[in-house]
Design a protein around this ligand. Structure first.
Ligand code: SF4
Ligand code: SF4
Ligand code: SF4
Length: 353
């Protein structure tokens, strides 16, 4: 009698999973657009059932949905009522602080049938986060606040971990998962989402995250460590103008201290990745972005020392870089959900006092 074939996959604990994708933070929908370019896996792979072992996946994202109006909103209400179980919540865009203004609102989606008032993004997070099996933040706005949370902003914008708390856990015991980038690198986001879907289906171990809640395998190396121009850096050949194939550190590249894998992974189909194709790294994956990297086109601090001693690379340079890297990996102190605005915003400076 023939032996039974070894079982490659055990049956998932759940038959279907929903992805409720909020784009109503302060943002530009760029991360939703970005993931349409993913191939490892593609969004089509996910929803068409092409991935072995996964339950049926339904994605509810306003940028790519066919449904509109009430047909689309019903998933949100079902999720909030605990009738769309299980679901993974994806947050895109930064979280405004609705506590700091006297009237109106910063961001909202849908209308509360009891009050006739818009349902703010803050309220949606309060309704959905306790019901979600996992939460993943797509892009730097949702992870750390991003562009909208820079100094002087009037909205008190912050990342989701600043809003819910950095030690927040889902009802399944998972921390918030951050996939930064402005926009998020397509395959970084889809690969992380796939990992979480496997995890909530009971088919993967706890996702490994760093202190900034980023997947370790994606953000454990610097831009510089994967850059095609590393040979020029090592030989002391530095571009003085754009269009040169040489290292662009003196034009403002922050690659040596930035955690990001696009120089290794490329952007679409393995092609691209900012410095590989001539764009300076401005640190868009980092909690300190944008403030700690501005002005963008200036030579970064420490670049002159490290580039002039590139032949003597070693312990001293790496340890100096780790100090800068630590600072860039720390958010500015004004990103919080208290009822005071501490961004230094002065209405009179912006002409609307
Ligand atoms: Fe847009 Fe960048 Fe914010 Fe994503 S992180 S919503 S791409 S501004
Ligand atoms: Fe490093 Fe930037 Fe130069 Fe690439 S271009 S080698 S990331 S400093
Ligand atoms: Fe952002 Fe720099 Fe990575 Fe480009 S290389 S995606 S600017 S962190």
């Amino acid at each position: 009698m023939a032996k039974a074939a070894p079982q490659l996959h055990r049956e998932p604990d759940v038959k279907e999973i929903h992805v409720v994708w909020m784009t109503t933070g302060l943002g530009c929908d760029g991360d939703s657009v970005s993931i349409t370019a993913a191939s490892l896996p593609s969004i089509e792979d996910l929803v068409m059932g092409a991935i072995p072992g996964l339950p049926k996946v339904y994605v509810h994202n306003p940028v790519i949905a066919y449904e509109v109006g009430d047909d689309f909103m019903r998933y949100w209400y079902q999720a909030a009522a605990g009738k769309l179980d299980p679901f993974v919540l994806v947050m895109e865009g930064s979280i405004p602080n609705e506590k700091i203004k006297k009237e109106g609102y910063w961001a909202a989606l849908g209308t509360d049938s009891r009050t006739g008032q818009p349902i703010t993004t803050n309220e949606w997070i309060d309704r959905l986060a306790p019901k979600a099996l996992a939460i993943v933040c797509a892009g730097t706005c949702a992870t750390y606040g991003g562009i909208h949370a820079m100094e002087g902003n009037p909205t008190g914008a912050m990342g989701l971990a600043d809003y819910l708390g950095w030690n927040w856990r889902s009802k399944a015991g998972l921390p918030i998962v951050n996939v930064p980038g402005c926009p998020v690198q397509p395959d970084n986001m889809m690969e992380t989402l796939l990992y979480l879907l496997y995890q909530v289906a009971g088919l993967a171990p706890m996702i490994p995250l760093d202190e900034q809640l980023r997947p370790k395998w994606l953000f454990g190396r610097t831009v510089h460590e994967g850059c095609d121009r590393g040979g020029y850096f090592e030989q002391g050949q530095f571009a003085k103008e754009y269009g040169s194939p040489e290292c662009i550190v003196k034009l403002g590249c922050w690659g040596p201290v930035v955690n990001c894998n696009v120089t290794k992974r490329g952007w679409m189909g393995g092609i691209g990745g900012c410095p590989n194709v001539g764009g300076i790294c401005i640190g868009c994956t980092m909690p300190g972005f944008p403030d700690k990297f501005m002005p963008f086109m200036d030579t970064p601090p420490g670049a002159s020392v490290s580039s002039s001693t590139s032949g003597l690379y070693g312990v001293v340079i790496r340890s100096l870089r780790s100090i800068t890297q630590h600072t860039a990996n720390t958010e500015p102190k004004w990103r919080h959900r208290r009822s005071t605005l501490t961004t230094g915003y002065q209405p009179a400076h912006y002409g609307n006092a």
